[in-house]
Design a protein around this ligand. Structure first.
Ligand SMILES: [Zn+2]
Length: 297
């Protein structure tokens, strides 16, 4: 009976991950499609991506924070001031503090100066950078919504204007000041290229923010190597959080040669690897929310 149950459990888990995997694939393909024009902050492509992400938030049952899913903010583009939008969805557990999971959804549009391609005036799909991070964030939100961890609220933030200079994360941190306490922030950026030969997930954080290291190590699987490193994360969306005394960590599968090129396409993403990472992040959050349950494991 026990083995039947185990088989059933395994089948359920595989189905769950298969479903995640499929959803993440469709999210990456959609965000990286030509119809999104490379999702440049302040452009029609950003608005289309925003509408798509909001529809996903609604579909999985995230609620709006402060009455709206959108946080508008200004940012500097060349000599002009432009407007972009963060997208905030919440699992409201009526707790007094929150875990923030963020991933920027903007990219570099037709490239311009930020392109590393020779054909810099074509659509840059940004599949790994950072449709992959958004897909993992949404998939994780879906799992957390179905299996409630009540200790904290969860805020899922798709940041914009990261490529223009990390404006979205800064605007979000400023908006949250004096409102809800943030327990920790996980930044997901370029998560789609888990290497098949030497699979490695890199976690970057400052040494003084090492309080979850044991959680990350204990939750680790044999499916990838974990590389926890102390680096300056001020070049990621985690930077605005650490600058304000919030424990923040940035996750990535690393930078590839397609970075900021027209060749950062959806067909090159390792979707099975992304599903493994979602399961891992869920396990880490379970351990952070229920330390007593995992005290001996
Ligand atoms: Zn980028």
């Amino acid at each position: 009976m026990k083995s039947v149950l185990l088989i059933l459990l395994n089948t359920c888990c595989s189905l769950l991950f298969a479903q995640n995997n499929g959803d993440m694939k469709s999210i990456v393909y959609t965000l990286a499609s030509d119809s999104m024009h490379g999702r440049e902050a302040g452009s029609i492509g950003e608005i289309k991506a925003k509408d798509y992400i909001v529809s996903y938030y609604k579909k999985i049952g995230l609620v709006a924070y402060s009455g709206s899913y959108l946080q508008k903010f200004s940012f500097k583009k060349d000599t002009q001031t432009d407007t972009a939008m963060n997208i905030i969805g919440m699992i409201d557990n009526k707790a007094d503090s929150a875990i923030v999971i963020g991933a920027h959804y903007d990219h570099i549009g037709l490239g311009g100066e930020k392109s590393r391609s020779l054909t810099s005036s074509k659509i840059h799909p940004g599949a790994d950078d950072n449709a992959s991070g958004v897909a993992i964030m949404i998939s994780l939100a879906d799992l957390l919504k179905k299996q409630a961890n009540k200790k904290y609220n969860f805020l899922f933030v798709a940041f914009s204007a990261e490529e223009e200079g990390l404006y979205g994360s800064e605007a979000f941190v400023n908006m949250m000041k004096g409102k809800m306490k943030v327990k920790a922030m996980f930044n997901l950026v370029m998560m789609g290229r888990l290497n098949e030969q030497v699979p490695t997930l890199k976690i970057t954080r400052h040494n003084y923010d090492n309080k979850y290291d044991s959680v990350f190590i204990k939750a680790a699987t044999t499916k990838f190597q974990l590389h926890i490193t102390d680096e300056n994360i001020s070049y990621t969306d985690a930077g605005a959080f650490t600058n304000n005394g919030i424990c923040a960590l940035s996750f990535t599968t690393g930078m590839e040669d397609d970075y900021h090129k027209t060749s950062d396409t959806a067909d090159k993403i390792n979707y099975a690897g992304m599903a493994v990472i979602v399961g891992y992040l869920k396990e880490c959050i379970d351990r952070i929310c229920n330390p007593a349950r995992f005290a001996h494991s």
